[in-house]
Design a protein around this ligand. Sequence first.
Ligand SMILES: Nc1nc2c(ncn2[C@@H]2O[C@H](COP(=O)(O)OP(=O)(O)OP(=O)(O)O)[C@@H](O)[C@H]2O)c(=O)[nH]1
Ligand SMILES: [Mg+2]
Length: 443
Amino acid sequence: MIDEAIIEARAGNGGKGMATFLREAMRPLGGPAGGSGGNGGSVTLVADPSLNTLLKFRYRRHFIAGNGGNGARNKRHGANGDDVEVTVPVGTEVWELPKRSSGSEVFLGDLVRPGQRIEVARGGRGGLGNAAFVSSVNREPLLAEAGEIGQTVNLRLNLKILADVGLVGMPNAGKSSLLTAISAARPKIADYPFTTLEPVLGIVEHGIDAFAAVDIPGLIEGASEGVGLGHEFLKHMQRTRLLVHVVDGSEGEPGERIRTINQELDAFDARLAKTPQMIAVNKLDIEEVELLQDEIEDQVCEAAGDDTPIYFISAATRRGIDDLVAAICYRLADMRREASDAEAAMLGPEYSNGADPLDDENLPVFRPRMSNTKDVVRSGENEFRILHDRAVRLAAGSNLDNFDALVQYHERLERMNVTEALRRAGAKEGDVILVGDWEFEWQ
Ligand SMILES: Nc1nc2c(ncn2[C@@H]2O[C@H](COP(=O)(O)OP(=O)(O)OP(=O)(O)O)[C@@H](O)[C@H]2O)c(=O)[nH]1
Ligand SMILES: [Mg+2]
């Protein structure tokens, strides 16, 4: 199963605003007529319940949204760039990789509900054309803005299966047999350890109730340190609400085996070890299991604790299976009732209440963080560079060699508080001010 992928999402740049004047034969005065640039397209991840793995990202890793079109004459806006939607399986965690090797990953969000979205890279806004700068004091604006650069992010997608119930236990205990008995899933079953090599999800229906269960490879002592198939599958247990701990009743020392598994869960994640459990002692159809039932129960109870319910089942003959499924449903219903509203929204009761999850207005929608840089830096002894985003874009879209344009630019710097920032940074008359490719003297 492919449950991790690295992708790049690149949003589109905003289009450039235009600085131009209407010069028609019949209208000698004309007027500023440069249109604004269109917005760059964004890249959004969408949770799609029809996907089960991140396999598709093996073949495609780059997702690039369209650039905004440039503004044009006659106040014509540039077209907006095309957005890109990338579908991912429900249960995908999204992490932004650091831009520098020294940085750390940033968690962007968790797509736990069908239809849930995360905008991971926002398109740049289009630059304003000079028509947009007309005001009562400036009827002939010469300025226009360059478009904003779209965000580019590298993401690590980590799929953690979302299931209500996780089946854990030693190899050969009968976890896959149990999943087969209770759902339409058909995992491989065989008489040797490590039959199951990757997680299998099944939907279990019980009357009008239903829940999702996930079967993972068997665990053995040292699994949390990589022994056997290791712990890499345990992450799929982290979001279950209930563990059904399957024990082979026909093997000796059931209590010891339960303790071993619980120690491995704890070594992997202490919270996982606190997930409520039910014990399913399997293979009740074998005669000695039935004969030793009381003894087994005592040992299991001692290892698992008094408040952990114990069920005797036979996945092979289905004996005890209905009782176990009913008990799981009751338990889950109790938990849903107990969970606070906020938690309930995250846990996703959509399997049971038939509500359309897309209708949920409380669905969290994640947005990318906006970078926040300084407005001004000192770049030399008598030299300062303007970093303020709008000021930089305004300079890039304009011709500051034109004296009138430069005067207007200074007025804008004042309004955007960049003048103040320059003063605070220590700029004095005669100092050199750099902005993008432009350079002028501070006055
Ligand atoms: N007699 C009997 N045998 C069973 C029962 N359930 C499972 N088995 C047998 O036990 C063996 C292991 O079953 P699986 O369901 O593959 O066990 P598992 O826990 O998924 O094993 P791994 O995937 O290797 O961890 C198979 O030979 C099954 O036929 C049962 O209720 N009674
Ligand atoms: Mg199995």
